[in-house]
Design a protein around this ligand. Structure first.
Ligand SMILES: *Cc1c(COP(=O)(O)O)cnc(C)c1O
Length: 379
């Protein structure tokens, strides 16, 4: 079943019989494990094939937080580049400049979590190829939507309709979450590689253990067969037609949301949205985090973003019907914040976000987050 989950996923993304037949992969416990593994595997592969010992990974500011986890676990140097001010795509020129002889990987997103923007994978692949390094495409969020967008009749938009997968020469790995738009239960993701030689650097072989000869593909030892079976069932149950229909529903609702936000005075949609629609306030009297507090008090839960301060809503098949109601509430929330003339609602999170966003001592902000985590674990 793992083999078939990987095969189905690969065939959507430029691999399989009609694509690059060398594409291969495995199932992991989630997007984070797929990303951790891709980065470690590339580090080890480049160490043994190119003799690079001080591995650097070039990432955009918008790359998922899992890359920071990978850097701290695996001793990788993260080289951060900005996103283009207008498109919010990873800055290709800055990426070119950031590449050194220690660069093992460039990390692109399709789309990125914060703004739902698809990076220019083709341009980044050219940079990767001329540098001789790998290119990871994080399609954790978009892997089960973007391949079906065209078939769902959705043609416009930066990145959509443009190749972002193994059909682009230079893409060496992709992370694709079956437990997001693949509609499988949490604890399931697919990691794909351009070829088996690269995947081999992922394995651990132990020959000197009294427990016998040991081979393991991934970070986990024992793995849950039930989750793989459930993932397989989800993909087979949905089928291509099911995913096309889901993509159509989600992308239409996201279009409705973005168009609606544009009609609300003071708000601005960031970049070219996909399923995620991000927006900020352009009106000094309307603090976007206060708008979020207002929405929270009305029972809505949006994600707060920073640099720039913004909110996003991720449209899924489960919440797409709620978009018209959300737009009404958002408009009312903006009006309420404007009427409050800068006075924050008591008990809201806006002052915390405002303070944490602007505090120059990021170590102190990190300690604060660890304190919150303690409370969450211990009560
Ligand atoms: C969700 C997500 C991840 C991380 O996946 P988890 O399943 O939460 O570990 C990575 N990248 C992007 C773009 C995501 O949306």
């Amino acid at each position: 079943m793992e083999r078939e989950v990987v095969a189905m996923t690969a065939s959507m993304l430029g691999g399989g019989a009609r694509g690059a037949t060398s594409v291969c992969g495995c199932v992991t416990s989630g997007g984070t494990e797929s990303i951790l593994t891709a980065l470690r595997t590339t580090r080890d592969f480049m160490r043994s094939t190119r003799g690079i010992w001080d591995a650097e990974i070039v990432v955009a500011e918008s790359a998922h937080a899992a890359v920071y986890k990978a850097a701290s676990y695996f001793n990788l140097r993260l080289v951060r580049v900005p996103v283009d001010k207008l498109t919010l795509q990873m800055d290709v020129l800055a990426t070119r400049r950031a590449v050194t002889r220690n660069t093992v990987l460039i990390y692109a997103s399709a789309p990125g979590f914060p703004h739902g923007v698809v990076d220019d994978v083709q341009a980044l692949a050219e940079v990767a190829q001329s540098a001789g390094c790998g290119l990871h495409v994080d399609a954790c969020l978009g892997g089960f939507v973007l391949p079906f967008a065209k078939k769902a009749g959705w043609r416009h938009g930066v990145g959509l309709g443009r190749p972002f997968d193994f059909s682009v020469a230079g893409v060496t790995s992709m992370s694709v979450d079956t437990h997001k738009y693949g509609l499988a239960q949490k604890g399931s993701s697919v990691l794909l590689y351009a070829n088996p030689e690269l995947r081999r650097a992922q394995y651990t072989a132990v020959t000197e253990w009294s427990g016998g000869l040991y081979i393991s593909p991934s970070a986990a030892g024992s793995r849950p067969g039930g989750l793989i079976a459930q993932t397989w069932a989800s993909l087979v149950h949905m089928g291509e037609s099911g995913f096309v229909a889901a993509a159509q529903r989600v992308l239409e609702a996201a279009d409705t949301l973005a168009a609606g936000v544009r009609t609300i005075p003071g708000l601005q949609v960031l970049g070219q949205h996909t399923m995620v629609v991000a927006f900020r306030s352009q009106e000094p009297g309307v603090n976007i985090f206060q708008v979020n507090d207002e929405l929270t008090s009305r029972g809505w839960h949006l994600n707060a973003l920073q640099r720039p301060a913004a909110l996003h809503f991720c449209v899924t098949p489960a919440n797409s019907d709620a978009v018209p109601a959300l737009l009404r509430e958002l408009r009312a929330a903006v009006d309420a914040v404007r009427a409050a003339k800068g006075k924050a609602a008591p008990g809201g999170m806006a002052p915390v976000y405002g303070l944490a966003g602007g505090l120059p001592d990021r170590g102190a902000v990190g300690d604060l987050l660890k304190g919150v985590q303690d409370i969450m674990l211990d009560g």
